[in-house]
Design a protein around this ligand. Structure first.
Ligand SMILES: [Zn+2]
Length: 408
């Protein structure tokens, strides 16, 4: 495993081409040099030079087409290139309400180990989080006979308002402190570079690299978990806004002077569709046994709604209509090619019912062209963690490419 230093150099045009070449090889699986030149519009001579550097640096290897194995050199029709899986080991961590999930992937993106550990508390101090992350990485690497020192980069995703570029957490429901330079804190506690982002952006990254959005340049992912999140990808890049905080879909307003949101404002989408909002209504109109957990009360609500109990049905129906309105607004603003609804809460079907999909179609601007495709992708914390690993993979590729530029 190669070791990488943090924060070397800055990207020039040739760096950008190198990064483009790596992402093209990654998305293609394997691809010939001549096809890389055609796809990037860069001259075959430059592609040959760049890929030669990458082969020498151990990032890329040659394969005979269709075999997926290193080329033998005898009677080969046309040599393709693929990434070298063992070039780097990357880790992705998803910080959830009560758990930490980690996925270790090789440089090709293949999962090599997965591990889940309970968080000591739903909200922890940044210092405690660093300690728990280190222990989780130690446990996960031990499963494959490696150590924390073998990891080239770590991606961490958590909910909240996060400036990914600065590695700064303005606020997160997982942390007891606000305004934390969490990336610096984690890098001081761990031996590898750390890449931090809002978890919804990391789901967008995972969809782009491994999921439903492969090959799609413009798409939106809406995540439904404790709250509602969103990742926007425009022309292949995650859109992060001016403050680096990205999209706060859950706090777009759907009702003037509406229900109170946990952000302190009124009429936010989350105040109608998030778990706490559903429970707030259910607790008033269908009180249950004292002491039952929020999860139990929610499940009871969903079961009653599915069974056609009128009060439960009206609660979920209203949430579904609000959600559809929010989604239609997104389509009207962005006109994406693809809208992906993603997350654990998707196991509760009212938010992605045919009724919601029909309402979106009714509420988007009607033109003589098909509306964007809406895909539903249910996945658990491990896939969110894989998105974090994908983010680390990009970060480590950047660092490796910059090092090539320095060595060239
Ligand atoms: Zn709000």
């Amino acid at each position: 495993m190669a070791r990488l230093e943090r924060g070397i150099g800055c990207a020039d045009t040739r760096d950008k081409t190198r990064q483009q070449v790596v992402s093209l090889i990654r998305s293609a699986g394997q691809i010939a040099r001549i096809d890389i030149a055609a796809e990037t519009g860069v001259s075959p001579a430059t592609i040959t030079a760049i890929t030669q550097e990458m082969i020498q640096a151990g990032l890329v290897e040659e394969v005979a087409p269709g075999t997926g194995r290193p080329a033998s050199g005898r009677g080969r029709p046309r040599v393709s290139l693929k990434l070298r899986g063992d070039a780097h080991l990357l880790a992705g961590i998803k910080v959830s309400f009560r758990t930490l999930s980690v996925v270790l992937v090789d440089f090709e993106g293949t999962s090599v180990a997965e591990h889940v550990a309970p968080l000591s508390a739903p909200r922890v101090s940044p210092e405690a989080l660093a300690v728990e992350i280190r222990a989780l990485l130690a446990a996960a690497t031990a499963e494959i006979g490696q150590t924390v020192d073998d990891i080239s980069g770590l991606g961490v995703g958590l909910a909240g308002t996060i400036d990914a570029i600065a590695g700064f957490v303005h606020w997160s429901p997982s942390l007891t402190a606000s305004n934390v330079a969490l990336r610096d804190l984690l890098e001081a506690a761990l031996p590898m570079p750390v890449f931090l982002d809002n978890d919804a952006n990391l789901v967008a990254k995972a969809e782009q690299l491994f999921g439903e959005a492969r090959g799609v340049r413009d798409f939106i992912v809406v995540t439904i978990e404790q709250g509602v999140g969103m990742g926007i990808v425009i022309d292949g890049e995650v859109y992060r806004g001016t403050r680096g905080c990205g999209a706060e879909f859950g706090h777009t307003k759907v009702h003037l002077d509406g229900a109170l949101c946990r952000c302190g404002q009124r009429g936010c989408l989350e105040a109608y569709v998030a778990d706490y909002a559903l429970l707030r209504e259910a607790d008033v109109s269908m009180p249950g046994e004292a002491g039952s957990s929020a999860e139990d009360r929610l499940n009871r609500l969903f079961l009653a709604a599915r069974a056609g109990e009128p009060t439960a049905h009206s609660i979920t129906h209203r949430a579904a209509r609000m959600f559809a309105m929010g989604l239609a607004n997104l389509v009207n603003i962005f006109d994406p090619r693809l809208l992906i609804l993603s997350g654990e809460r998707m196991s509760h079907d009212f938010l992605y019912s045919d009724e919601v999909l029909a309402a979106i179609r009714d509420e988007v601007v009607q033109v003589d062209a098909p509306p964007p495709e809406v895909k539903i992708h249910k996945w658990g914390d491990q896939m969110w963690a894989k998105g974090a690993a994908a983010y680390a993979m990009e970060g480590v590729t950047d660092l490796a490419v910059r090092r090539l530029a320095i060595d060239a």
